[in-house]
Design a protein around this ligand. Structure first.
Ligand code: UD1
Length: 336
C-alpha cells in the first residue's frame, strides 16, 4: 500500500487518482489545513474506489505511528507541507517546524517500521537565483526564502539518511510550475485566500474576482520582456509520481529529477493562450518587478526521461483549457 501525505491537496489529489488507475492501493493522510475533504469525495467518484482517509497532522507523532500500525505501508509519497513563499518569510518558525519537524517524524516512523521508500515533493525553488537555463539536476542550489530552505534542507536530510543506510530508496522531485486540472473538471486547484501564483490570479481575473492582473515586470531579458517559467500540467506531474514510486521499488539510493516540460513560456504567452482557448479576457497592468523574481527558469528534463521513462505530454493549451473547466464547473472551488 502507498501512503500519500497531503493527498487532499492540488497535486496530491491528481496523483492519488493516477496511482489508483495504475492499480496501486493507497491511503491518504492530510490535516486539511489547506485543502478540503470534498477533494477525497471527488477522488472516489473519479476512480470508483473507496479511498481510506486519515485526518492526521505530521506533527502528531503518535497519530502518524497509528497510521503505520493500521495499514501495511510499502512506500510513501510525501506532499504534505506549507508552501506559500510570502507567508514563510513572515512566519519562518511555522514553516521550519511544520515542514522539517513533520517530515522528520514521518521519516523516523518509516525507519522504525522498515518502510524505506519515499518520493518527496521538492521544488525548482532550490535552484535559487540561477542565471543558467535550462537547469539540470546537478546545478548549484541555494534558496531565497524559508519555504525554499525547508525544501533544500529536507533534500539534504534525505541524502544523509541514504548515506547512513543503503536500504533507503528516495526520489526527490523538483517541480517547476504546476497548473491545469483533471480533464473531468472535478478536481483542480482551490487555493485558500488570495493566491500569489500566476495561474490562480489569471483565474481570479477571468471570473471577475479581481479586476486586473498585475504583470510584474516587462523588462526582463526574455522574448517579450515578461518572466518565463516552465508550466507543467498537473496530470503530467501526477504521472511523474507514478513513475517515481515505481522507481523506488527497483532502485536504492537517492535520485533527483526535474519535472517540467523543458519549455519556457512568458506571462504574456500564458495570458494570450488562456484568453484564446477559453474565449475570455484577462485585462492586465504592467507594474515593476516582484522582489526576488528572476527572468527565466525552465528545466532540462532529460534525466527523468532516461531513468524513469517519463516525459510531459500535455501542452499549454491543455493546461489553460483544463484550468478553466474546473473553474467554471466549480465557481466556489470545493466549497458549497
Ligand atoms: C513562485 C515562488 C517559488 C515557488 C513557486 C511555486 C516567489 C518569488 N517564487 O515561483 O518559490 O516555488 O511559486 O509555488 O514567490 N506573475 C505576474 N503576476 C502575478 C503573478 C505572477 O506577473 O500576479 C509572474 C511572475 O513574476 C513570474 C511568473 O508570473 O514571472 C510566475 O510566477 P509564480 O506563479 O508566482 O511562480 P514563480 O515565480 O515561478
Amino acid at each position: 500500500m502507498i501512503l500519500v501525505t497531503g493527498g487532499a491537496g492540488y497535486i496530491g489529489s491528481h496523483t492519488s487518482v493516477e496511482l489508483i488507475k495504475n492499480g496501486y492501493d493507497i491511503v491518504i493522510l492530510d490535516n486539511l489545513c489547506n485543502s478540503k475533504y470534498e477533494s477525497i469525495n471527488r477522488i472516489i467518484e473519479l476512480t470508483g474506489k473507496e479511498v481510506p482517509f486519515e485526518k492526521v497532522d505530521l506533527l502528531d507523532y503518535d497519530g502518524v505511528k497509528a497510521v503505520f500500525d493500521k495499514y501495511d505501508i510499502d512506500a510513501v509519497i510525501h506532499f504534505a507541507g506549507l508552501k506559500a513563499v510570502g507567508e514563510s518569510v513572515e512566519k519562518p518558525m511555522l514553516y521550519y517546524n511544520n515542514n522539517i519537524t513533520g517530515t522528520l517524524n514521518l521519516l523516523r516512523i518509516m525507519n522504525d517500521y522498515g518502510c524505506k521508500k519515499i518520493v518527496f515533493s521538492s521544488s525548482a525553488t532550490v535552484y535559487g537565483i540561477t542565471k543558467v537555463v535550462p537547469v539540470t539536476e546537478d546545478m548549484p542550489t541555494g534558496t531565497t526564502n524559508p519555504y525554499g530552505s525547508t525544501k533544500l534542507m529536507l533534500e539534504n536530510i534525505m541524502r544523509d539518511i541514504s548515506v547512513s543506510d543503503s536500504d533507503w530508496s528516495i526520489v526527490l522531485l523538483r517541480y517547476f510550475n504546476p497548473i491545469g486540472a483533471h480533464e473531468s473538471g472535478r478536481i483542480g486547484e482551490d487555493p485558500n485566500g488570495i493566491p500569489n501564483n500566476l495561474m490562480p490570479r489569471i483565474c481570479n481575473v477571468a471570473t471577475g474576482k479581481m479586476e486586473k492582473l498585475t504583470v510584474w515586470g516587462d523588462d526582463y531579458d526574455t522574448h517579450d520582456g515578461t518572466g518565463v517559467r516552465d508550466y507543467i500540467h498537473v496530470l503530467d506531474l501526477a504521472d511523474g509520481h507514478v513513475a517515481a514510486v515505481r522507481k523506488t521499488f527497483s532502485t536504492n539510493g537517492v535520485m533527483t529529477y526535474n519535472l517540467g516540460t523543458g519549455i519556457g513560456y512568458s506571462v504574456y504567452d500564458l495570458i494570450k493562450t488562456f484568453e484564446r482557448v477559453n474565449d475570455t479576457s484577462v485585462p492586465y497592468v504592467v507594474c515593476p518587478r516582484r522582489a526576488g523574481d528572476i527572468g527565466a527558469l525552465y528545466a532540462d528534463c532529460t534525466r527523468a526521461e532516461e531513468e524513469m521513462g517519463w516525459k510531459a505530454k500535455r501542452g499549454l493549451e491543455d493546461m489553460c483549457r483544463d484550468t478553466y473547466r474546473f473553474l467554471i464547473n466549480n465557481p466556489n472551488g470545493y466549497s458549497e
